[in-house]
Design a protein. Structure first.
Length: 569
């Protein structure tokens, strides 16, 4: 059947070059035609002909130049000229622009539809340059990650004119301005740092002055890393520029200040930065917390809950009353978990109010209140006001004292669903912390319905993770069960051009404990956290360690990373 196919163009060239046996090429040409996919794609995906041989043959057959993509710096490629959807759809990489002509890297130069569509959308003449299929895919991935087309193709010329708004904190100074803060190179540099941090997916930016150096660091995937070391004599200019952007008092350098910056990336996307300045020995340290509203819309399936844990969380959210507590150290993702829950609950039929210090992400349809201790607006006073405003759901940023705890418990007992956080290490310790605050044991047992303790572990890069050979005794000592050893592979990090030290992104590790009748009895008998933990395990609830080991077995993270976030070493 394959012998009836008339070979032409690239297929004939490959046959003449002896790239593969004739039957294989004929079968590939026929199958690609039936499946309506490019012949080049079929040949590479099915290992019929090496990608390099295809690229050389295509270059010779069609008289089109061949480019070595490994020698091209992705950052130097033109940004914003071609729509991201077109780049992905046609797997066409813009290389450079000469006058009104745009040169595009493709693996199949016969794909005239791609060139025509890009020509129509850009208004530029297009010319194909051939690249190896496999290298082209990798280069496109790097290009899209580095360009982030949400930035509308911002180049250096655009860094002078980003759409920036100051926040609305109370200590702002509307007429703050200095020559230093408006210095064009400083403006460009600071704007570039903000954009780079967003592209990298950083959560915080640190501007740090020292006696003989100035350091800028990003916290990405929970780890701080240095990204720039500008001249130390620019320290005051950086702090002045950041304070002007957030409308802080630039003449006041003796006390900490708080502000906000809103950076509009496009008509549909804006990023908020929470700004804090701190007077140090050698100048003001400025830290920006990046608050991306998109993180609140991830959806529960993206957070890393196991199926049974997710069901427990959803069931607790579905209850008309009770208290859901999320616990963990700073930076463990508590806010994202709470906002994910609020997004699920946020319907026109419900009245939702939150008391936060400060409000990090704006949620439309939710009444969010910023704490302001200067005027006496704290969690306690806000909660009391909420209960007079016909609420269905109340979220308290953090239970810090007995007053807040008592009002929250009362709300949970009187027909309201309450969500809040505490700073403890595990779910059982959360219950004993409330008891130590002075909340009666009976009130805890009858109001708290679910506790979520969580950590964020770095996710192994799927492109370069490697299997590790770990002795059985070591695995047992780490907490794996003897009968399951051999049924899974433990992976470790290597590091490649698509990740940082073998990791990319993070995955949540959770301990989700429902307050059952057995656990309630232990609480009312004033049991300690060890007894509560034993009862939780008896009910089948995994602790943080067990949940972390499950992520290791699933190949999502490394054993070293689970040890770092669950045991601190």
């Amino acid at each position: 059947m394959s012998s009836n196919v008339i070979l032409s163009g690239l297929a004939r060239r490959l046959l003449l070059d002896g790239a593969a046996p004739e039957p294989a090429i004929r079968a590939a040409a026929e199958t690609a035609q039936k499946q309506k996919i490019p012949l080049v794609t079929y040949l590479v995906q099915n290992n019929v002909v090496p990608a390099r041989a295809i690229a050389v043959a295509a270059s010779e057959e069609f008289g089109t130049p061949l480019i070595e993509l490994d020698s091209i710096a992705t950052d130097a490629l033109p940004k914003g000229l071609v729509n991201e959807k077109l780049v992905r759809k046609h797997r066409a990489l813009p290389l450079f622009k000469r006058g009104t002509r745009l040169y595009i890297a493709v693996s199949d130069p016969t794909n005239l539809q791609a060139l025509d569509e890009i020509k129509f959308n850009t208004g530029l003449s297009t010319e194909a340059i051939i690249a190896e299929e496999s290298k082209l895919d990798a280069a496109i991935d790097r290009y899209l990650e580095s360009s982030e087309t949400n930035f509308q193709g911002m180049g250096d010329a655009d860094l002078d004119d980003l759409d920036i708004e100051a926040g609305t904190d109370d200590n702002k100074s509307g007429d703050a301005t200095t020559d230093a803060a408006d210095d064009a190179p400083i403006v460009r540099f600071v704007n570039k740092i903000l954009l780079d941090a967003i592209k990298m997916g950083a959560s915080d930016i640190h501007f740090e002055p020292y006696e003989k150096a100035y350091r800028i660091r990003f916290r990405a995937d929970g780890i701080l890393r240095e990204v720039a070391r500008p001249p130390v004599n620019l320290a005051t200019k950086f702090s002045a520029r950041l304070k002007v952007m957030s409308q802080l008092d630039i003449s006041e350098r003796r006390v900490p200040q708080d502000g906000r910056i809103k950076l509009k990336l496009s008509k549909t996307r804006a990023i908020d930065f929470r700004v804090n300045t701190l007077p140090t020995l050698f100048g003001e340290k400025v830290v920006l917390r990046i608050l991306d509203p998109e993180s609140a819309k991830l959806g529960i399936d993206m957070l890393g809950y196991e199926d049974d844990q997710k069901q427990l969380f959803l069931s607790a959210l579905d209850r008309p009353q009770g208290m859901i507590l999320v616990t963990g150290p700073t930076g463990s993702g508590k806010t994202v978990s709470l906002y994910t829950g609020l997004n699920i609950l946020n319907t026109p039929e419900r009245n939702i109010s939150t008391a936060e210090d400060p409000v990090e992400i704006n949620l439309e349809g939710v009444n969010q209140v910023n704490m302001n201790n200067k005027v006496g607006l704290n969690f306690g006073t806000a909660l009391r006001a909420f209960l007079r405003q016909d609420p269905d759901i109340v979220m308290v940023g953090e239970i810090r004292d007995l007053e807040t705890a008592e009002i929250a418990v009362k709300a949970a007992q009187t027909g309201h669903l309450v969500l809040s956080t505490l700073h403890t290490n595990s779910a059982p310790e959360t219950l004993t912390r409330l008891r130590n605050m002075g909340v009666p044991a009976f009130n805890i047992a009858t109001s708290v319905s679910l506790i979520i303790a969580q950590r964020l572990a770095r996710r192994l890069c799927k492109h370069c993770k490697k299997p590790l050979d770990i002795p059985k005794d070591t695995l047992i000592a780490e907490g794996f069960k003897e009968n399951e050893i051999g049924t899974f592979t433990v992976y470790g990090p290597i590091g490649c051009d698509k990740c940082v030290n073998g990791y990319k992104g993070r995955v949540g590790i959770y301990e989700v404990v429902k307050i059952t009748d057995a656990i309630s009895r232990i609480i009312m008998e004033d049991g300690n956290s060890i007894q509560i933990a034993d009862a939780a395990r008896g009910e089948g609830f995994n602790d943080l360690r067990a949940s972390g080991l499950k992520k290791v077995k699933d190949g999502l993270t490394s054993l070293a990373e689970v040890n770092r976030v669950t045991t601190g070493h």
